[in-house]
Ligand binder design. Structure first.
Ligand code: UGA
Length: 446
């Protein structure tokens, strides 16, 4: 089939490339000319494992094109995907400006019948709003049908998720449109769930809100575990055996970040408010998430009394491993607060440093290796659970740091191994190992 994808962020680009890979003719459209030039050379503007190779392959095989000219991109397209951003407005609701602009472009430049499919996460009712904008201007003899087809891929494993998704959700008002889209996706061999447009739009928000709820739930349990001497990891493992609960998304830590959960949970609270429903549960999920980061800062401050001039080695900056994305990363509030109070921070991340530099306070230093970051540090602070961080030889903390005191916001290390080492170790929802062992850092006064 001939397909256009508007927007080449994580969702749009991965969708376009993967649809080309399963045999469709795909044109990706973006207004950013620099980005278009880069992508034509097979270079992804985002870091996503496996994406560059697939791009190059499909460009070479003639199934994948890039353009900044809408008219050219829409030519003869049977299916047009909208995959532009819906960033958060100050009141928490979704900003639909980019979506509305694309709808306007479709109405101006599309010259044949087509199905317009919204992949972006949009509030319930947006697809009908898009339909109205398109129909306002488009020629009478052109038939445009609309569909909602939310995306469930995760950054860092987006290609893998697209080929191995749990389900494809298709929301339409007519059976024929749903059948065409099902046929388009058939080579992926993933279960398809067909529903109406509003339910499809809601499935996306409800799924992200539920996953965020799981995370905040386990984080609350983790806080209680810490006080009672239980181990949150064992608790999550024990709970996870129950198939009704499942083990996924029960990793306690410093909370969720990224471009989706924080934005979508806020948006769903707003959507609920719009129909006079006070979504108390989700409001608490958001509150718990924000307090997780503060609790790690408090732990550090409780340990050293005053962070001024304490040398902190921050390991990991991105909102999660395998991405250079810093949006809503836990590192931002945590490191900003510590830097503001005078901590001397050196930070390491395998790929997110360039993005971090634009966001984090200017007095933070950066280093290009874990070892260099740890050299002479008073405290190591683990923010992102990169494999490289999880596989640090524990002797490295002991040998390189001034005092091997580790605050692990992502529970990267096995407590039994830590217990065999001389590290003073604080993690999330698990017992502290060797508390206050290194006394030449200030002790608290109780
Ligand atoms: C999330 C969803 O998982 C995708 O299904 C969805 O398509 C995407 O949002 C979106 O709406 O576009 P993503 O934000 O890429 O994907 O990343 P996740 O892997 O879900 O992680 C989100 C955050 O939750 C990260 O900060 C991660 O560290 C945190 N997390 C995740 C935990 O703190 N604990 C967990 O057990 C799992």
């Amino acid at each position: 089939m001939k397909i256009s994808v508007v927007g080449t962020g994580y969702v749009g680009l991965v969708t376009g490339v993967c649809l080309a890979e399963i045999g469709h003719d795909v044109v990706c459209i973006d207004t950013d000319v620099q980005k278009i030039h880069k992508m034509r050379r097979g270079q992804s503007p985002i870091y996503e494992p496996g994406l560059d190779d697939l791009m190059t392959k499909n460009i070479q095989e003639g199934r994948l094109y890039f353009t900044n000219i809408h008219k050219e991109g829409f030519k003869d397209s049977e299916i047009i995907f909208i995959a532009v951003g819906t960033p958060q407005l100050p009141d928490g609701s979704a900003n639909l400006n980019f979506i509305e602009n694309v709808a306007q472009d479709i109405s101006t430049y599309v010259a044949n019948d087509a199905i317009v499919v919204t992949k972006s996460t949009v509030p319930v009712g947006t697809n009908y709003h898009i339909q109205k904008i398109i129909q306002r201007n488009i020629a009478d003899d052109i038939k445009i049908r609309i569909a909602s087809n939310p995306e469930f891929l995760r950054e860092g494993s987006a290609v893998q998720d697209t080929f191995n998704g749990d389900r494809i959700v298709i929301g339409t008002d007519d059976v024929e449109t749903a059948d065409i889209l099902e046929k388009m996706y058939a080579p992926l061999n993933i279960p398809v769930f067909k529903t109406d447009i509003s339910s499809s739009e809601m499935i996306k928000y409800a799924s992200n809100a539920f996953l965020a709820t799981k995370i905040s739930f386990i984080n609350e349990i983790s806080n209680i575990c810490e006080k009672l001497g239980a181990n949150v990891e064992d608790v999550a493992n024990g709970m996870g055996y129950d198939k009704r609960i499942g083990r996924n998304f029960l990793n306690a830590g410093i909370g969720y970040g990224g471009s989706c959960f924080p934005k979508d949970t806020q948006a769903l609270v707003q959507i609920a408010g719009g129909v006079e429903h006070d979504f108390k549960l989700l409001k608490s999920v958001i509150e718990v998430n924000n307090s997780q980061q503060k609790s790690l800062i408090e732990k550090i401050k409780h340990r050293v009394q005053n962070v001024k001039n304490i040398k902190i080695a921050a390991l990991g900056l991105a909102f999660k491993p395998n991405t250079d994305d810093m949006r809503e990363a836990a590192s931002i509030p945590i490191l900003s607060s510590l830097a503001e109070e005078g901590a001397l921070i050196t930070a390491y991340d395998p790929i997110a440093i360039e993005n971090a530099m634009d966001i984090l306070p200017s007095n933070i230093q950066y280093s290009n290796s874990i070892k260099k970051t740890l050299e002479g540090a008073d405290i190591a602070l683990i923010v992102t659970e990169w494999d490289e961080v999880k596989s640090i030889d524990l002797n490295v903390f002991k040998n390189l740091m001034n005092t091997p005191i580790v605050f692990d916001g992502r529970n990267c290390f096995d407590l039994d191994l830590i217990e065999e080492s001389d590290i003073e170790y604080y993690s999330m929802g698990r017992k502290t190992i060797n508390p206050y062992k290194y006394t030449h850092i200030q002790q608290p006064t109780f």
